[in-house]
Design a protein around this ligand. Structure first.
Ligand code: SF4
Length: 300
């Protein structure tokens, strides 16, 4: 894998990114890889030398580790930090997980995350699977019966909302590092989940990624006034929910309902199509530099 430093980040970031590189191999699978699409892992294994990532792709993970390392000295509980869990699972594959924090006295696993406010709702689904698999590994390997699972998202774009906005964003996180307790699965449920995912990885290594795996957004429509940057009516996704206008008609009806316009067409107003994108393929997937689909989209 080659690492570029397009924006000339300080050298410590470059070296830290290099330190994060672990060549993907066929007989080991990380918990996050397991949850991800099989094609990502297949390309990482087969095209490792050709994959190009930028230092920027590693920044969130570097922040996470830096925070974890710094805070470790201030913990009042006994914490196993970055404790590696490796289980020879099945079919010649070892499953590997490294939770940020395991506390045996208080029986919890905790993970720090660097997320955005808007992604809180989406990212939690993967986090639930990830931490439940860590819990399962703790039980299988060490007979530790972990009872609670927590994530502590450090919200990159959290801000103090002005009073007028607080009314519309009732579910906006109250602070920049909220703690969420995640649902705990039964061990059987977790084992089934792992089995299903493993079978998918082993039997369908070249399966095209699903829309969900590509973080594909839908095409939506916004009503705009000529000469104004901000839309009069547009889809939104906030911490408290989302509203999507998937057709021009949806958008115009909402504009009439909320009395932004009286009739359609109205002089000076127009509808703009906001074309959906595969956000992961374009900007986040670690193999976007060698994935045909991503390259066709124009990913860099
Ligand atoms: S770039 Fe997109 S299609 Fe290609 S492996 Fe990644 S998520 Fe799948």
């Amino acid at each position: 894998m080659q690492i570029t430093n397009i924006n000339k980040y300080p050298i410590a970031f470059v070296n830290a990114a290099k330190e994060r590189l672990h060549k993907s191999v066929a007989d080991r699978i990380g918990v996050t890889q397991l949850i991800n699409a099989p094609l990502v892992r297949t390309l990482l294994i087969e095209k490792w030398d050709e994959v190009v990532l930028d230092v920027d792709d590693f920044v969130d993970r570097i922040y996470g580790i830096a925070v974890d390392k710094y805070l470790r000295q201030f913990e009042s509980d006994v914490i196993l930090s970055q404790f590696k869990l490796e289980l020879y699972f099945d079919k010649g594959i070892t499953l590997v997980g490294v939770p940020d924090r395991i506390c045996l006295d208080k029986s919890f696993i905790g993970d720090y995350k660097f997320w955005k406010v808007a992604s809180l709702r989406f990212e939690q689904t993967d986090a639930i699977a990830q931490l439940n698999i860590y819990r399962y590994l703790c039980k299988k390997l060490h007979n530790w019966g972990i009872e609670k699972l927590y994530i502590h998202p450090m919200l990159k774009d959290w801000r103090i909302l002005p009073n007028w906005q607080k009314k519309n964003e009732r579910d906006y996180p109250k602070c920049r590092i909220p703690t969420f307790e995640l649902p705990v699965w039964t061990y059987d449920q977790t084992e089934l989940f792992i089995q299903d995912k493993l079978i998918d990885h082993l039997n369908n290594p070249y399966r095209p990624c699903t829309s969900e795996e590509k973080w594909q957004s839908e095409t939506t429509y916004a009503l705009k006034k000529k000469g104004k940057k901000q839309a009069v009516i547009a889809s939104f996704a906030g911490s408290g929910g989302e509203k999507k206008f998937l057709t021009e008609n949806d958008c115009i009806s909402e504009a009439k309902k909320t009395k932004k316009i009286k009739k359609w067409p109205t002089n000076g107003y127009y509808v703009e199509a906001r074309i959906g994108e595969c956000r992961k393929c374009l900007n986040y997937c670690p193999v976007r530099s060698v994935c045909e689909f991503a390259q066709k989209l124009g990913s860099k």
